[in-house]
Design a binder for this molecule. Structure first.
Ligand code: TNX
Length: 531
């Protein structure tokens, strides 16, 4: 081979390598979390936005929150403030409802040299698409700064209709501004529900007109709740209130001790210390009071759902020893005091149904450990249950499949974000021997538990819980939540065949970088690096 020929080959080879290099870099999956269910990267030229020639057009006023979100995304990533324009304006980015798409959150993102369109079955779906675009722009910050958006086709819809997080202002109050900040972050990861655990032994955090004495010094007013709910609605997040009964009620009973069991009427209650008190099942006034509280709470929250707790009721120390409860047991012919849950929730649920809302409860079985094999009591058919206790989720799944109850998956093994993320990590107090839930363990969660399609058809979705006994403020809450809530977001959204732990860890880093820049505290998953 002549030198000339050789060098021509060399140059051709070099050119090929050079041509291939950006392609290889570009073929890296952008840091989507959750991973979309269908994503195709196009080799075509990117869509280039410019301050002068690009506009955002939305085909209905209902898309305004999505359009505003997109504007914020583009401003943050490109520095350009892209104006909203009338429909059809040339050079515009379009947001549109596509009624051909099925499923409330089904959206498409189509980016080509000529156009950028985000379409969805509903405004919520379009909003989710905007969140995906935000992550697409995270892939290459330099390109984004130049207004260049890679050509892609995404067609995506969630595996589960519900992806929730639960925060616990009852244990440690969270100011409205912190709740709003929390909502902002969850929305980025396509969560669509926030459960507020409003009442517990440590506090009653909702100020009601019907029973104003219940409110603790730190409580949400009606105006606060409206503010939270409205902000969540702009992010297409449903706010589900929880009033925990008949256990976890020391704060309530500190105000109305006469509504506890008769043998405990003179036993002092110290909020923050006393636990395991219950509402008396055999006191009519309990039902009268809740028959006023529940409609008021229902009116403050637009959600179709109210969570009623029902967990960890200390029946042996309360109902079992209360003369009035025992008389009721006898009259009903019950052998076990826990059967009083039947009439208790019959009355409470009739108050809930009268508000038009649907009840949710923590699923309790006839034992707190395996071998539990049945419900604590027969849950009425319209109750949605939440599986939570470590070791019992397979049983909960089977029982609910048989009995036809809708199920939310919050298994302690994967979704309890109050548990430590690593040995010797937080929490530094109130750690009662909590199991460690690593990021990887949070990720290795199939909410269908590998069951057949039929056996998991009743699974409504997932919920991560942030029980806050050891979370004094929002920085601790987000430290415990993230990055595990990113893993959970993907478990709730992405089909198993598109999930991959190693791939997730790669998509994770730009998101952590983003959280850091937003000032959201999180645990650095140092165990993933430097191996
Ligand atoms: C059990 S989970 C509880 C909570 C605690 C949590 C601590 C559930 C339904 N009840 O009241 O905060 O354990 O992990």
């Amino acid at each position: 081979m002549t030198l000339r020929r050789f060098s021509r080959r060399l140059i051709a080879g070099l050119l090929l390598t050079l041509a291939a290099a950006p392609m290889r870099a570009a073929s890296k999956v952008p840091p989507f979390i959750p991973m979309p269910n269908s994503y195709v990267q196009d080799a075509a030229a990117p869509f280039v936005i410019s301050q002068k020639h690009t506009f955002i057009s939305a085909d209905t006023a209902l898309l305004r929150p999505a359009a505003d979100a997109l504007r914020r995304v583009l401003k943050a990533r490109t520095g350009m403030d892209i104006a909203l324009s009338p429909k059809g304006a040339k050079g515009s980015i379009t947001l549109a409802i596509d009624t051909a798409l099925l499923g409330a959150e089904h959206y498409r993102v189509a980016v080509s040299k000529k156009s950028l369109a985000i379409t969805g079955a509903t405004p919520a779906a379009v909003f989710r698409g905007v969140m995906t675009l935000n992550q697409l722009l995270l892939a290459d910050p330099h390109e984004a700064e130049r207004g260049r958006i890679p050509a892609v086709k995404i067609d995506d819809a969630p595996r589960f209709a519900l992806r929730a997080l639960m925060i616990d202002p009852a244990r440690n109050f969270l100011p409205v501004k912190d709740v709003k900040r929390f909502i902002e972050v969850m929305a980025k990861y396509k969560y669509n529900a926030l459960q507020l655990h409003l009442t517990d032994d440590q506090g009653w955090r909702i100020a009601l007109k019907s029973y104003p004495q219940l409110a603790s010094p730190q409580s949400y007013s009606a105006a606060d709740i409206r503010e939270i709910v409205a902000y969540a609605a702009e992010h297409y997040i449903d706010v589900i209130p929880e009033l925990d009964i008949p256990g976890h009620t020391a704060a309530f009973l500190s105000v109305y001790p006469e509504l506890g069991c008769t043998h405990l009427l003179n036993a002092p209650i110290k909020v923050g210390e006393t636990v395991n008190r219950m509402l008396c099942a055999a006191n009519d006034t309990v039902y009268t009071v809740y028959n006023q509280i529940l409609p008021e709470v229902a009116s403050l929250f637009p959600s179709q759902y109210i969570h009623l707790g029902g967990d960890e009721a200390a029946v042996p120390a309360n109902w079992e020893q209360c003369p009035r409860c025992r008389a009721m047991m006898e009259q009903k012919g019950y052998k076990r005091a826990s059967q009083l849950m039947i009439p208790f929730f019959e009355r409470i649920l009739s108050s809930v149904r009268a508000t038009g809302k649907k009840p949710i409860m923590w699923c309790e079985l006839n034992n707190i450990y395996p071998p539990a094999d049945d419900y604590l009591f027969p849950y009425p058919q319209d109750v949605t249950l939440v599986s939570w206790r470590g070791g019992l989720t397979p049983t909960c799944l089977s029982l609910t499949a048989q009995s036809g109850h809708k199920l939310i998956m919050a298994p302690g093994e994967h979704a309890y974000l109050d548990y430590p993320q690593m040995h010797h990590d937080l929490p530094e107090y109130n750690n009662w021997g909590m199991p460690i839930t690593t990021l990887e363990q949070a990720y290795r969660f199939d909410p269908g538990y590998g069951r057949t399609a039929e056996e998991q058809a009743h699974v409504w979705g997932v919920m991560g819980t942030l029980w806050a006994e050891a979370m004094p403020d929002i920085n601790r809450v987000t430290y415990m939540a993230y990055p595990r809530a990113l893993a959970l977001a993907e478990a709730g959204w992405t089909q198993m065949e598109h999930r991959d732990w190693a791939d997730f860890t790669q998509r994770l880093y730009p998101n952590l970088d983003e959280l850091m820049r937003l000032g959201i505290s999180f645990r650095v998953p140092f165990e993933l690096s430097g191996k």
